[in-house]
Design a protein around this ligand. Structure first.
Ligand code: 3AM
Length: 174
C-alpha cells in the first residue's frame, strides 16, 4: 500500500567544511527564500519518488556492490530553477564519472518502476527554497566538494519539518 512507501533519493553528503562555505554563501545572498538548514545540505544524484519496501529491498540488493568513485567537484555558479523555486550552488559541467553514476542510478530506478528523469543531471546543492523572484546572482566563490560516499536517503516530514535520514551508505575504497 502507498502508506508503506517512502520518499527516497540517492545523494552525496556534504562534509562539514563545505557546509561552512555554503552557509557563507547563504549569508552573502541574503534572504532569497526559505534558508535550507546545513543539516539538510546534500547533492542529489537520482530522485526515486515513492518506493515500496519491496522495491527498496530490490534496489539495495542491486546496489550491493556499487563502486563509488573518489572525486572532487567544484561548484562554481549559482543556479536558479524557477519552476522548483530554488536557488542552488552548482556547476555547468559534471565530471564524467559522476554523470555516469547518476545515469546508472536513474536507469535502475526507471527499471524498477520508480521515478523517471527527463531533465539532464545537473549537480547542485540547494541553498534556498520558496524563491519566486530573482534579480541577478553574482559569481560565487567556488566550493570544492570531495566525494567519497553515497547515501540512500529518506525524505519525510516531522512536525512540519523536512528531515533527511540516510538509510544505506556506500563508501569509496581507501
Ligand atoms: O534539493 P535537491 O534538488 O538537491 O530536486 C529534488 C531534491 O533535491 C529532487 O529530490 C531531492 C529530494 O527531494 N526531486 C524531488 N522531486 C523531484 C521530481 N519530481 C525531484 N527530482 C526530479 N523530479
Amino acid at each position: 500500500k502507498s502508506t508503506m512507501a517512502e520518499r527516497l533519493f540517492f545523494a552525496l553528503p556534504i562534509g562539514i567544511s563545505s557546509q561552512m562555505a555554503l552557509i557563507k554563501h547563504q549569508a552573502q545572498l541574503g534572504q532569497l527564500g526559505r534558508v535550507v538548514p546545513a543539516a539538510n545540505f546534500h547533492l542529489t544524484l537520482a530522485f526515486l519518488g515513492q518506493v515500496t519496501q519491496k522495491q527498496k529491498e530490490a534496489l539495495i540488493e542491486r546496489w550491493r556492490d556499487m563502486e563509488v568513485p573518489r572525486l572532487q567537484l567544484v561548484l562554481d555558479r549559482y543556479l536558479h530553477f524557477p519552476k522548483a523555486g530554488v536557488v542552488c550552488l552548482g556547476c555547468e559541467q559534471s565530471p564524467l564519472a559522476l554523470t555516469q553514476l547518476a545515469a546508472r542510478m536513474r536507469r535502475d530506478a526507471a527499471q524498477h518502476g520508480l521515478h523517471s528523469h527527463r531533465a539532464p543531471f545537473r549537480p547542485h546543492v540547494t541553498l534556498f527554497r520558496g524563491v519566486h523572484q530573482i534579480t541577478e546572482l553574482p559569481p560565487p566563490a567556488p566550493v570544492t566538494l570531495a566525494l567519497s560516499e553515497i547515501q540512500l536517503m529518506r525524505s519525510h516530514r516531522d512536525m512540519g519539518k523536512l528531515i533527511y535520514s540516510p538509510l544505506v551508505r556506500w563508501q569509496a575504497p581507501e
